[in-house]
Ligand binder design. Structure first.
Ligand code: SAM
Length: 124
């Protein structure tokens, strides 16, 4: 199977100039632990997780915006990539989700370890 067959198309994201609090609220509300970060043009420029928010909390208030704490080197995938390759990216980088981008670096989905799990056991 390809990434497009199992990716989640309902992506919750945040923009780089929003406050960390906005991102934290979105993480608390949504069913996700990963927020792709977009710039003003809707292009993927980073990713943040609860891990990054925790780091911000212990930084005694110096870090205020999403762009101050996001991971800028995003490991990502595309709709046409094979699920096997995507799974290897997760494993090798010790992460649990990959934004799915099109050729212009716009986010069209998110692929998480949970989505991969659905391929095995469980739903048939
Ligand atoms: N790297 C740490 C370690 O090995 O102990 C933490 C584990 S990793 C799950 C957490 C970090 O990975 C966060 O800073 C988050 O922004 C980053 N991260 C999560 N998904 C990512 C992705 N697809 N591409 C790049 N970084 C990602």
């Amino acid at each position: 199977p390809r990434v497009r067959d199992i990716m989640n198309r309902q992506v919750i994201s945040v923009t780089e100039d929003e406050e960390i609090q906005v991102a934290a609220k979105r993480l608390l509300r949504g069913e996700t632990n990963h927020l792709p970060v977009l710039d003003g043009n809707g292009t993927l420029v980073g990713i943040i997780t609860t891990y990054d928010i925790s780091k911000a909390v212990v930084s005694d208030g110096r870090l205020r915006l999403v762009k101050d704490i996001m991971t800028r080197e995003v490991i990502k995938t595309s709709p046409d990539e094979s699920v096997d390759i995507a799974a290897q990216k997760l494993e090798h980088n010790n992460i649990s989700a990959l934004p799915v981008v099109d050729a212009t670096n716009r986010v069209v989905g998110i692929l998480s370890a949970i989505d991969l799990g659905k391929l095995f056991g469980g739903r048939r």
